[in-house]
Design a protein around this ligand. Structure first.
Ligand code: IPE
Ligand code: IPE
Ligand code: MG
Length: 249
């Protein structure tokens, strides 16, 4: 149980409970740069600074899993220079972020079709995953080359192969088994999903896992997103009543 509004007594809600798993669609980097007449890649660079601030804050307020949508399976269709920049970004960024991650006891993991990423991107990611693997605090999960539909297709293929090899029967395929075939098998579903930049869609993010997540949309562009905005999203989440198809108590 955390009271995350210590600074402002008028906003204090005694029972704000920080969600265990928060997932964020970090959107608006390009528009942030465009507004400043800068190249889009500058927005991606600034977006990475926001990743640092939000990760540190989330780990300090007691979030257990923070999943960040960093690159979708559809983002390959962007101009080559932008894709190249995005694939290089983890190389510098993750190295400079490592001291903070160690200090905050954060463990980096990833979901998505990681093997298909360029060698240097994969290496940077695997390196930070190795370096932080014994950390016991928040899990920071980068969704990289991630697509919800392709994830489900891969799960169906896995289950079909297991059936064909007589490892499972048809009746064994239930929600639990499907969940175990997804990239997110080790994580609880996110209670809270945040999307920045005013867009109100999932863009192929965690289609299965967000079936009962609360969605909070923020108009701010990702490079401008601040720790207080995360607190505000959690506060909004805490005021919602989750019913899971049932009735109010
Ligand atoms: C989100 O920002 C980052 C990625 C998708 C990699 P965008 O690059 O989508 O920014 P906008 O939506 O064009 O402003
Ligand atoms: C979603 O943002 C993907 C990431 C944030 C990584 P997009 O900017 O790619 O989504 P659309 O194209 O607006 O739906
Ligand atoms: Mg976008």
């Amino acid at each position: 149980m955390f009271n995350i509004f210590k600074k402002n007594a008028s906003q204090t809600i005694e029972h704000d409970v920080v969600p265990e798993h928060i997932a964020i669609i970090m959107d608006g980097n390009g528009r942030w740069a465009k507004n400043r007449k800068m190249p889009r890649v500058k927005g991606h660079y600034e977006g990475m600074q926001t990743v640092k601030r939000i990760t540190t804050h989330a780990s300090q307020i007691g979030v257990k899993y923070l999943t960040l949508y960093a690159f979708s399976t559809e983002n390959w269709s962007r101009p080559k220079e932008e894709v190249n920049y995005l694939m290089k970004l983890p190389v510098d960024f993750l190295a400079s972020f490592l001291p903070d991650l160690m200090k905050n006891n954060v463990k980096v993991e990833s979901i998505g079709f990681i093997e298909q990423l360029p060698e240097h991107t994969k290496e940077a990611l695997y390196k930070v995953q190795r370096e932080t693997e014994n950390n016991t605090g928040m899990k920071l999960i980068f969704a990289l080359n991630y697509g919800g539909r392709k994830e489900i297709v891969a799960a169906v293929q896995l289950l079909a192969a297991a059936y064909k090899n007589n490892e499972i029967q048809l009746d064994d395929i239930d929600e639990e088994r499907v969940g175990q075939a997804l990239f997110t098998r080790d994580y609880p579903d996110p209670e809270l999903l945040i999307r920045t930049s005013g867009e109100k869609r999932l863009s192929n993010f965690m289609l299965w896992q967000t079936s009962y997540s609360e969605f909070v949309f923020d108009e701010k562009l990702w490079p401008d997103y601040a720790p207080e905005d995360l607190d505000h999203a959690i506060h909004t989440y805490c005021k919602r009543q989750r019913r899971f198809g049932g009735l109010n108590g």
